[in-house]
Design a protein around this ligand. Structure first.
Ligand code: AOF
Ligand code: ZN
Length: 355
């Protein structure tokens, strides 16, 4: 199952709106075949593994998510496992998709297959957090990336920010982008940094959707987001008051314009995330800036934080990584639990999950 989980993780960021699943077929202690959900979400993991095996009669299938029970563009995986002659299926996690939810396991059992569930379930839940969030809450899982100085600043007082962290950390950010369905920044970041938000390495991967949150779409009409033909879609989350010429420019560029209601501080991020969930996004990476990150935190919408911290001090005159959160009591501050720490060149990467 650990192997099935790691195969599934290859698909993270690649398979939306579908989950990234892994499948291993074993018989008599020998590995027959491996499979994982393909880019775009199909074929499913089980179908890939079955196709790769010569003969699965009497085999055990380890699958990181309950095999599907519905006929969509492909026949149900539970049916495929039955027809392949598998005698035992081991599953990590049930699939909450109402078309599946227990029906996949029931189909297998009815066909006389021995079914074991909840093997390495907590790990599977962690890997599937984005898919689970989309299906059960209608919004993607949100990862907030913060690359900062030792003292939590993201630029000097004059705005200089390239580069606080080293090349290894920037490479790690590429991998982080590749494992998310979409990368999002606020309008200020789009104006000040003219970011590309593309994958510069790992270009064989399905590129994340590039999302900018901008109330009035007053965004630069030059730079990579406006001009490149990298094939990575651009989606713009905006409010009601968009000038016709801005609307026309971004429409002509092929961007998707998504209108979102306002709240008292900006766009209502809960609604914005619902709109992304409805379009199939399961894993969203927010790369700043401080205003957008703060509004997500204030709304309780940040599920994970990935920090890259450099050994440089910028001091209180440097730009803070977050806009004010309006917190006075420490007990009101959003808290995260440390999950992982790694050394990346001269910097550290740390991953936190919401408590
Ligand atoms: C599996 N194995 O590898 C994946 C599954 O639109 P469809 O027909 O491809 O179905 C999508 C649903 O199938 C998705 O919501 C989830 O419930 C399941 N995904 N199931 O057996 C897989 N990716
Ligand atoms: Zn399936």
């Amino acid at each position: 199952m650990a192997l099935a989980l790691s195969l599934g993780r290859r698909g993270l960021g690649q398979t939306w709106p579908n989950p990234a699943v892994g499948c291993v077929l074993v018989r008599d202690g020998r590995l027959l075949a491996r499979g994982w959900t393909q880019p775009g979400g199909r074929p499913h993991a089980e179908a890939m593994a079955i196709a790769a095996a010569e003969d699965c009669t009497g085999a055990t299938a380890y699958v990181s998510l309950e095999p599907c029970a519905h006929t969509g563009q492909t026949p149900p995986c539970a049916q495929a496992l039955i027809e392949a002659g598998v005698s035992r299926v081991v599953v990590a996690l049930g699939d909450p998709d109402p078309r599946v939810a227990g029906k996949g396991l029931a189909m297998l059992r009815e066909a006389g297959i021995e079914v074991t569930t909840r093997v390495l379930e907590a790990d599977a839940r962690d890997d599937q957090q984005g898919f689970l969030s989309r299906v059960t809450q209608g919004r993607p899982m949100v990862t907030l990336k913060l690359a900062s100085s030792f003292d939590g600043r993201i630029a000097t007082a004059s705005g200089e920010s390239q580069w606080i962290t080293g090349p290894a950390a920037r490479q790690a950010v590429q991998a982080l982008r590749a494992s998310h369905d979409a990368v999002m920044v606020g309008g200020n970041t789009a104006r000040e940094d003219l970011p590309a938000l593309t994958l510069r390495t790992m270009s064989e991967r399905r590129p994340p959707v590039r999302i900018v949150v901008s109330r009035e779409l007053q965004l630069p009409r030059m730079g990579p987001l406006a001009e490149d033909d990298s094939g990575a879609p651009v989606w713009l989350l905006h409010g009601l008051d968009v000038a016709d010429d801005a609307r026309a420019f971004w429409n002509a560029r092929g961007s998707e314009l998504i209108e979102v209601p306002k709240d008292d501080t900006g766009l209502d991020m809960a609604s914005a995330l619902q709109a992304l969930g409805a379009r199939g996004i399961t894993r969203l990476l927010c790369e700043g800036g401080g205003l957008l990150a703060a509004s997500l935190l204030r709304a309780g919408l940040v599920d994970r934080v990935v920090g890259f911290t450099a050994g440089v001090m910028l001091g209180g005159d440097g730009l803070p990584s977050l806009a004010p959160l309006g917190i006075t009591a420490l007990s009101d501050a959003p808290r995260f639990a440390l999950k992982e720490v790694t050394r990346v060149g001269p910097d550290i990467a740390h991953v936190w999950t919401r408590t």
